[in-house]
Design a protein around this ligand. Structure first.
Ligand code: 58G
Length: 215
């Protein structure tokens, strides 16, 4: 799956995407992430990308020209939908992340800054508006990372073949519900012991215990 991410701060993404599971996914060509610096597309002599809002009000908006040219340029190589991360968008859920992974070979993620973007970019070029939760952040970069991470987990092969799902028979058997308590070694830590049943090797009893302790 290919992600093209449009941002004024492409360097924010490198540490997160170049570690652990997402790094391995890229090394194995399961995931292909391309970052684009919106400022490079500004035709302003000072590379300006923001301006004051018509009608007045606080703060600045991203001007349409650099955004438009950046998106049009990226669309030559990525034919997928354009997603704008915004607190006014539809809520990102597990189910929506899975659907994006299953129905797209590529996605374009647009990260805003300041107080938002010129409405005409939304009208002309944005296909989906998504929010990671009911709070406002200083930029769409963290939401784009959250979205790319959540979607990438559903690409076949990105998680270990073993724990490859959610959605697997195991979590379905547990009623599709949240979680039960997890323990690893040591068996005793700071005076607290791992429940005996989890060390018993009795898989029927273990499953019963986990069902009873589902949150
Ligand atoms: C109002 C304020 C509209 C996504 C700022 C648009 C993006 C939170 C989320 C913006 C974001 C979220 C400019 C900064 C979008 C733009 C960006 N904040 N909850 N901030 O997913």
């Amino acid at each position: 799956m290919r992600f093209d991410i449009l941002t004024l701060f492409p360097e924010m993404f490198s540490s997160y995407f170049n570690e652990s599971i997402l790094k391995r996914a890229q090394d194995e060509s399961l995931l292909d992430i391309h970052l684009h610096d919106i400022r490079k597309f500004s035709k302003n002599k000072h590379k300006k990308v923001d301006d004051t809002p018509y009608g007045g009000g606080a703060g600045m908006l991203m001007t349409p020209q650099p955004l438009y040219d950046c998106i049009v340029s990226v669309k030559k190589k990525n034919k997928g939908p354009v997603i704008f991360m915004t607190p006014q968008g539809s809520k990102l859920t597990h189910t929506r992340a899975r659907r994006f992974a299953r129905t797209n070979d590529s996605l374009i993620l647009l990260c805003g800054r300041y107080e938002g973007i010129d409405q005409r970019i939304r009208d002309l070029l944005v296909d989906y508006e998504l929010s990671i939760g009911d709070y406002v952040l200083t930029g769409g970069e963290l939401p784009a990372m959250v979205f790319a991470d959540a979607v990438s987990r559903f690409i076949p092969g990105v998680l270990g073949d073993d724990d490859s799902a959610e959605e697997d028979s195991f979590s379905r058997r547990l009623g599709g519900r949240k979680e039960y308590p997890h323990y690893t070694k040591p068996a005793k830590f700071k005076g607290l012991e791992v429940p005996e049943v989890l060390r018993s090797g009795n898989h029927a009893k273990i499953e019963k215990w986990r069902k009873k302790h589902l949150k």
